[in-house]
Design a binder for this molecule. Structure first.
Ligand code: TPP
Ligand code: MG
Length: 323
């Protein structure tokens, strides 16, 4: 892992942008809900930012990413412009999916971001498709697919990894184990400690990392990407992590307070801020400036969204049916 000071600062600001964007979106949604509006579901990835940013730092722009309904961070880290993200999440015509996808269906083919998905685990078999296409075309593009601890107990998880392992497809399977599937603790649906151990059944590596530590994610993802690009086959990476918020905006928090406190002390952004300071890359004033720049960027994106129209109902058939 060899990053310049500027690259490290950029990774930090991307994490902060994801966090601030999600906080801002929750405020806007809550405001609309108070007015009796139902703006749709919003699943925050606050607390999981190091995974999206660490994995993306190891991908090329033409590599593919399949995401989940908790995918704002995945999209931003892959390079989706913040204006397109904000506009999409708030249903505007200038959004990545012209305002028809919303929070759960960010999609941008121009950066090979192959979309979020409301169906748990659904990205796993889809990843086989782009991986197969890359092999057939003879490109060395890698496909990365994210899913949760709950998703790892779907049949699709086992089928997709089995097929990828047999065919040595260039895929990295990234399990964001935030320890809960909605309100169900991982111990209820997974009988072993580490989901990464399931890789053994398919003869592929299954490293388990601290998903709140950007550098652990970077190193592990880097090795998995090299292996995939080199034709050696897939890797299953389990990232232990924690979402700071309840499952989604409309589900109340139920997780024990002591667990929340434990993880609040291991926040990935705080850890990265400490790293930048300790390494002499940015002192407190410089960090403050970086944070303020992110706020400005977000403010401009929100203004762009507010000035953007909603989609025109007249085009509904055009976006639903492919002719
Ligand atoms: C196939 C399917 N089953 C159930 C659901 C309902 N559901 C939505 S999110 C979720 C929890 C999934 O948890 P996990 O995979 O750990 O991801 P996380 O939400 O923690 O990121 C469930 C059960 C669904 N959307 N799709
Ligand atoms: Mg989970």
């Amino acid at each position: 892992m060899n990053f310049t000071a500027d690259e490290l600062k950029r990774m930090y600001t991307t994490m902060v942008l994801i966090r601030k964007f999600e906080q801002n979106s929750i405020e806007i949604f809550a405001e609309r809900m108070k007015r009796g509006d139902f703006p749709g579901a919003l699943h925050s990835s606050e607390g999981q930012e190091a995974i999206a940013v660490g994995v993306s730092s190891q991908l090329r722009p033409d590599d593919y990413v399949f995401s989940t309904y908790r995918g704002h961070g995945h999209a931003i880290a892959k390079g989706m412009p913040i204006n397109k993200v904000v506009a999409e999440v708030h249903g505007r015509a200038t959004g990545a999916s012209r305002g028809y996808g919303g929070s759960m269906h960010l999609f941008d083919k121009s950066i090979n971001f192959m979309g979020g998905n409301g169906i748990v685990g659904a990205g796993l078999p889809l990843a086989l498709g782009t991986a197969y296409a890359a092999v057939k075309r003879g490109t060395d593009q890698v496909t990365a697919v994210y899913f949760g601890d709950g998703g790892a107990s779907q049949g699709a998880f086992h089928e997709a990894i089995n097929m990828a392992a047999i065919k040595k497809y260039p895929i990295i399977f990234i399990c964001e184990n935030n320890q809960y599937a909605a309100t169900t603790h991982v111990s209820v649906n997974c009988p072993i400690e580490d989901i990464g151990d399931r890789a053994k059944a398919y003869g592929i590596p299954g490293p388990v990392v601290d998903g709140n530590n950007l550098f652990e994610v970077v190193d592990t993802a880097g090795a998995a990407v090299s292996r995939a690009r080199g034709g050696e086959g897939p890797t299953l990476i389990e990232c232990k992590t924690w979402r700071h918020r309840a499952h989604c905006m409309v589900i109340p928090e139920h997780r024990p307070g002591k667990d929340r406190e434990h993880w609040a002390n291991r926040d990935p952004i705080d850890q990265m801020r400490d790293h930048l300071t300790a390494a002499g890359i940015a002192d407190a004033a410089a960090i403050e400036q970086l944070d303020a720049d992110v706020q400005e960027q977000l403010k401009a994106a929100v203004a762009f969204m507010q000035d953007s129209p909603f989609p025109d109902p007249a085009e509904i058939a055009e976006v639903v049916y492919a002719g």
